[in-house]
Write a protein of this length. Structure first.
Length: 114
């Protein structure tokens, strides 16, 4: 089970930190990441981090503003979001990729007002 937290409402230019904790099972060397889905749009990639944290990837739209990190001892991945823009408004989903299988959290709403 993946449980996200940290969503909410913020004004443009503000910051939020999302967290996702995996519980109930052990994943084998999982890559972890975040996706988002805005109303009327398809789900899109935001950021990902390798199992040992050595490699990260970001969507062009969030580079320089968002930072992904993980704490394996706590089975947690976090997304620090700074300089938020109204176009960042979406439901954010945590994702775990392990042994070719993908697991999703239930999503957490992020709303950025102008």
């Amino acid at each position: 089970q993946l449980v996200e937290s940290g969503g909410g409402s913020v004004q443009a230019g503000g910051s939020l930190r999302l967290s996702c904790t995996a519980s109930g099972r052990t994943f084998d060397s999982p890559a972890m990441g975040w996706f988002r889905q805005a109303p009327g749009k398809e789900r899109e990639f935001v950021a990902a981090i390798s199992w040992n944290g050595a490699n990260t990837a970001y969507a062009d739209s969030v580079k320089g503003r968002f930072t992904i990190s993980r704490e394996n001892a706590k089975n947690t991945v976090s997304l620090q979001m700074n300089s938020l823009k109204p176009e960042d408004t979406a439901v954010y989903y945590c994702n775990v990729l392990s042994l070719g299988r993908s697991y999703w959290g239930q999503g957490t709403q992020v709303t950025v007002s102008s």
